[in-house]
Design a binder for this molecule. Sequence first.
Ligand SMILES: Nc1ncnc2c1ncn2[C@@H]1O[C@H](COP(=O)(O)OP(=O)(O)O)[C@@H](O)[C@H]1O
Ligand SMILES: [Mg+2]
Length: 353
Amino acid sequence: MQDHRLALSPGFMIDNFRLERVLGRGGFGITYAAVDQMLGRRVAIKELLPDTIATRLDGRTVEAQSSSLQENWEWAKERFLEEARALATFTHPAIVGIQRLIEANGTVYIVMDYIEGESLEQYFQRTGPAKSQLEVMGWLAPILSGLEKIHAANLLHRDIKPDNILLRSDGRPILIDFGSARSTIGATMTMTSIVTHGYSPIEQYQTKGRMGPWSDIYALGAVVCRSITGEKPPVAADRIVEDDFRWLSHRGLVGFSKDFLNSVDWALRVKTQERPQEIAQFKESLFRTLRIQKNASRFQNANAANQGSIKNEKNHRQYANTEMDSSSSGCLLNTITSFAIVIIILIILSFFK
Ligand SMILES: Nc1ncnc2c1ncn2[C@@H]1O[C@H](COP(=O)(O)OP(=O)(O)O)[C@@H](O)[C@H]1O
Ligand SMILES: [Mg+2]
């Protein structure tokens, strides 16, 4: 904790949570690992402390840096609480669970489920570029489904990047670090605090940028690009001047269908209106290629008795399949139709008795 000048010390109590250590310090706040003293379980706590508006004065209380920023600080806390409350209503396996909101020490704390595992960034560094699109879909499909829910509530994440996606040990991905603070406090921040080069879309660099679901879609496309090539795309603000991004579909990448790469390229178009406008569109485009692949692999499975499985993709595939299997409702329809036909035949036979 000593490295983090403004951080609270280990052992500090916030309500019944005992702080253990700092997990991270961003421009908007400090994240701690803590223990719920009542339940004895670990949590993650994010303390709102935007470094351009507020500071900690007495080793405890967070205050506006000057009286002229007082109003700004109050407003930021209100908006932060408002968005955190909205987030807390979600229960989705790919969205970090919020346990409590606490107002204390002049600021606001979000108590979250503690995610045991590694970040997608650490995973990429450990495993190198993804070898197949099913491997990518393993983390991408649940994230798309979570984002769809977020967008339906008129919220945006605003900072999707491999550091903000945690992977549980069983492979399940979880989105953390929602942009509640970014939307409100952003205007007072330097550009580098509100963008992540390579992942942030062009509109995040612009003062009047049109932000929407397409903005998260761009960032997600950039994460996929990082996953399969090992590199994130060039900075969007440079791409708008001269675009030297080599489209993924032109790179001859092995293990990925042309359609899949085209879908990711679509997400990575610089201009907002040229990207998929909603997650549903992006998902449809990505899953179309997977359904084709899945049908092909069903055919192969029927023919090859001892087909070897790719073990390290097992977990990922399992989660990708939960998304892909929306088409399995067709099976239910088939079953009902067959059942109806049997009943009709039985009725007809009873007439001939
Ligand atoms: N719920 C969580 N469970 C476990 N670790 C977390 C959790 N939330 C955040 N962290 C860790 O703390 C770091 C910083 O948190 P984050 O919310 O991303 O804030 P910021 O990036 O603004 O500092 C993350 O990169 C992650 O390593
Ligand atoms: Mg973060």
